[in-house]
Write a protein that binds this ligand. Structure first.
Ligand SMILES: [Zn+2]
Length: 169
C-alpha cells in the first residue's frame, strides 16, 4: 500500500532527499500502520504520520510540495479472491499471503486521488503559539484548543476526554 502510494506520487527517496515531501494519514492502528511508517519514513513523533481512527486498512499519502494526494484502501474483495486463487492451501492466512504476492495492485487496492486540507499547524515543521487550558492549566500545542463561550479549553476539558480521573492508589 505504501509502496503504491509513493509510486503514484513519484516519491522515490522517502528516507533521503524526499523526506520532507510526505505526510501520511493512516486509518487503522494495526501492523499495517507500522509497515506504512517504515516504508514512508513518516513517523508520529515527526508529525508526518497522522492517525484517524476509522478502523479501515487505508492510508492517504500527501505530497506537501505540490498538494497531490492519493488515498489507497485495501479491497474487501481481495480476501475472497485469495480463496479462489489458492483453494489448495489450507489456512486463511497462508492462502492470503500467497495470493497477495501474486495479485496485481488493482485487485488489492482501490486508489483515489484526493485533496487534503492541511492547515499550517498540521505541517511537521510548524512552530506555533502554545496556549494554556483555562480549566486544567495544561499546555496545548498545534491549535488543538477549543474555544467555547469565550474560554480556551483543552479537548479533554471540553468534553472529549478518553479518561476519567480516579483516586490514586
Ligand atoms: Zn484542560
Amino acid at each position: 500500500m505504501a509502496m503504491l502510494g509513493l509510486q503514484k506520487l513519484g516519491i522515490e527517496d522517502p528516507h533521503g532527499s524526499d523526506r520532507k515531501r510526505l505526510v501520511t494519514f493512516v486509518e487503522i492502528d494495526r501492523c499495517a500502520t507500522d509497515a506504512v511508517a517504515v516504508v514512508t519514513g513518516c513517523r508520529l513523533g515527526k508529525r508526518a504520520l497522522k492517525f484517524r481512527d476509522w478502523g479501515k486498512v487505508a492510508a492517504t499519502f500527501v505530497d506537501v510540495s505540490n498538494g497531490h494526494a492519493v488515498r489507497i484502501a485495501a479491497k474487501e474483495s481481495s480476501k475472497s479472491l485469495a480463496k479462489t486463487m489458492h483453494p489448495e492451501i489450507e489456512g486463511k492466512n497462508q492462502q492470503q499471503m500467497a495470493a497477495y504476492r501474486q495479485m496485481p495492485d488493482e485487485d488489492l487496492f482501490d486508489v483515489q486521488w484526493v485533496k487534503v486540507d492541511l492547515g499550517n499547524e498540521e505541517f511537521p515543521g510548524y512552530k506555533g503559539e502554545r496556549v494554556v487550558c483555562e480549566k486544567c492549566g495544561e499546555g496545548i500545542n498545534f491549535k488543538r484548543e477549543v474555544r467555547r463561550d469565550g474560554r480556551v479549553l483543552c479537548r479533554g476539558c471540553a468534553g472529549e476526554s478518553y479518561y476519567e480521573v480516579v483516586d490514586g492508589r
